[in-house]
Design a protein around this ligand. Sequence first.
Ligand SMILES: C[S@@+](CC[C@H](N)C(=O)[O-])C[C@H]1O[C@@H](n2cnc3c(N)ncnc32)[C@H](O)[C@@H]1O
Length: 335
Amino acid sequence: MILTRLKGKSDGKLTKQICKVVLDHFDKQYSKELGDAWNTVRDVLTSPSWWQYAVLFNRFNYPFKLEKDLHLKGYHTLFPGSIPYYPKSMKCYLSRTPDRLPSERHQIGNLKTYYLLNAASLLPVLALELRDGEKVLDLCAAPGGKSIALLQCACPGYLHCNEYDSLRLRWLRQTLESFIPQPLINAIKVSELDGREMGDVQPETFDKVLVDAPCSNDRSWLFSSDSQKAACRISQRRNLPVLQVELLRSAIKALRPGGLLVYSTCTLSKAENQDVISEILNSHNNIMPVDIKGIARTWSQDFTFAPIAQECGLLVIPDKGKAWGPMYVAKLKKS
Ligand SMILES: C[S@@+](CC[C@H](N)C(=O)[O-])C[C@H]1O[C@@H](n2cnc3c(N)ncnc32)[C@H](O)[C@@H]1O
């Protein structure tokens, strides 16, 4: 078996193991794409004891007592400074040290009070700048973390959550039921389409579209327990950009003129990030990139961004004490 034991303290729990096939593949690709920055990213990704978990409060069942406790434990709110768009209703707490609250159990009749997440997942949601009453599509929505976060920011007039995989669709429904009050759930449409068809099914419908695309998912990939499957995924990896471009094409069709689209992935891969966006910009003359670099300057206290020039978009890279990401975000406008 080609697995490497993880460094990190043993706390009696099952220790995660790194899949060496994947690590070797990442070493080759990311040392080229990220240069020296890859060394730190590699250290963080391979040390789960350094990972951090942000706490997104549920405004529909606000945990006042927990808020006090987190303050006492040294947590701070994300985005305390002034940024162009900051919905006051969205509260996310994080600590600079690796700490993880237990996940809440779902109890029928009781909404959960918080959601644990990688804080960088909020960047695509915030980049979308959702306002009350807007029509929004979450094209690849399961398990629902970003749908929940969108609903913390504003009350959309219409939220459409789509997911292609039927098992994951069930997980999405469960997440929505655990966090969102019933009257609001009734105003959310959930569908099980191949996202590549959405543009034809609902053309020029949405003010905002989020494409949180299927991608290599570097963090979980590193810990694949089956090295044969991992090797197979590595060889299939080159097909992902094709799917990502097709999903974006469909999302652009579903967007109304003047609407905004955010594309995100949780991989460092240039082929799945920058190259996908370049392909879209080169093939659509009605699509313009929206500059989000200013947002990165404001958020640099809590996140580390890749030092390499990104043609458009931002890449959050995991760092010590800021173990968030990988998360790529690009924002586009349809003219
Ligand atoms: C990165 S995950 C989305 C995570 C989600 N946005 C969240 O924050 O919880 C990508 C999702 O896209 C789904 N997917 C894969 N192919 C798809 C397709 N052709 N159309 C729609 N969704 C697809 C996957 O099943 C997966 O659930």
